[in-house]
Design a protein around this ligand. Sequence first.
Ligand SMILES: Cc1cc2nc3c(=O)[nH]c(=O)nc-3n(C[C@H](O)[C@H](O)[C@H](O)COP(=O)(O)OP(=O)(O)OC[C@H]3O[C@@H](n4cnc5c(N)ncnc54)[C@H](O)[C@@H]3O)c2cc1C
Length: 476
Amino acid sequence: MQVGKRGLARIVQIPSFMKRDYDLVVVGGGSAGYGAASTGIEQGLKVAVIEGAETLGGLCVQRGCMPSKTIIETANRMRDLREGSQFGIEVPEGARVDMDELQKRRRRMVSKFQREREEQLKTEEFDLIRGRAQFVDSHHLKITDGESEKRFSFRTAVIATGSSPRIPDIEGLSEVPFWLSRDALVAEELPEHLLVVGGGVIACELGCCFEGLGSRVTIINRSDTLLEKLPPEASQEIEQACERKGIELKLDAETKSVKQEDGEFIVTIERGKQTEELRGSHLLIATGRTPQIDSLNLEAAQIDSDEKGILTNENCQTSQSHIFAVGDCADGIDIVHHAVIEGEQAARNARAIIDHKAQEPADKTPTVFAIFSDPEIIHIGPPQSELADRDDLEERTLDLSNFGKAIIRGLDEGLLKVTFEKESGKLIAATGVGRGVIDFSHSMVFAIRQEMTLEEMLKVPHYHPTLAESWTYLEK
Ligand SMILES: Cc1cc2nc3c(=O)[nH]c(=O)nc-3n(C[C@H](O)[C@H](O)[C@H](O)COP(=O)(O)OP(=O)(O)OC[C@H]3O[C@@H](n4cnc5c(N)ncnc54)[C@H](O)[C@@H]3O)c2cc1C
């Protein structure tokens, strides 16, 4: 048994199977859980999905990717309108976002996506059981729904219970009506001045989104840079872009206390030895997420976990070899396609366990990490911390704003960077910053996954003029 990326302490092998209610029980019906359950059915397993929430769909559909990208779409269009005059458009004075209409559209979109997921969950050939699951031991689960309680036995299980927002320990925070990302997404009014605590993906996406919609925005971050896990060029680009558009950045700043006076939020921050008081109409706390595993009674099944989530190996197995953990509750990287890939692989591995066959790893390479800020950011490949450790790599960077289509589109900021092995030329990573960069960079995902060299990638024909072709100017 191989040891996983976060040092799985022990794997308990279950040698034989007794008769059980289900071949596979999936706890959680979000993206990871649905991926596991539908693949389990394809694998010919008898499957149950247990979902504890009142509304079906999971985070991505209801309070994550889809609603956030819906309101970001409006913010981007608002920005286009503001910049319209440089494209020969007479923009009427006073164009503004109608929050009622924006929210109606978000609700329409979310209920469409949610209906689709609900339909999938209800029509697939697995049993959908509503209630909160808790382990009784390593082969039994207890499901509680109000007063009723059921117990099931299983041969294999997948835990896919997701994550919830991490609330920092800030003096006074529990006494004020602060927003989490889910509240920001359903805002009925446009904040006059939004204070954002945090400097990661959600802080940057929602900070830029509300700036685009028309709010004044201040971002307060403990670290001295935004998005600290990305290559430094990307962080610098986004910081400069924020400053250009009037988003105030308070970096290297510890949030000490929060209070509300006459409806106004007052946030006290400390930077070095300086104390500063910031005032705003709304306060968004976006300081990361934490795995949702506390109520599962993992100890009863002897499943190991730490503060980042359930410990797994690359096959998504927990310390019990027949129980898998996938998605946000396990791997510490909150990306929906990781959740789906892990869920699907866990179900294939569940089948393999039953058939006494070998396990296979969840193939997520290369990691693609994207931030829908303005400008957008994409990073493909290993994280900066791993790249920085290697001295066999070379980088090539170009200014995106120099190229034909970028000039036509009026893009005056952005960069593209590739990292490749000095000797072989093999592509290892790529980073892009610029409007639209997430959509036009998937050819690089393909190139890196196919282990192409920089030379080979540069020879792939690209249509002119497109933003995608900018990647092929890297030789110059
Ligand atoms: C604002 C925001 C924007 C995001 N944008 C993006 C994006 O653009 N792209 C991207 O890739 N990712 C994005 N993400 C992250 C992405 O949404 C998550 O990585 C993904 O949805 C996680 O899926 P999951 O299946 O692991 O968890 P979830 O979808 O949260 O599913 C977990 C399910 O388990 C259920 N559950 C929990 N405990 C129990 C229990 N004890 N018993 C029964 N059921 C239980 C829950 O009710 C829930 O339905 C975003 C996240 C946020 C917050």
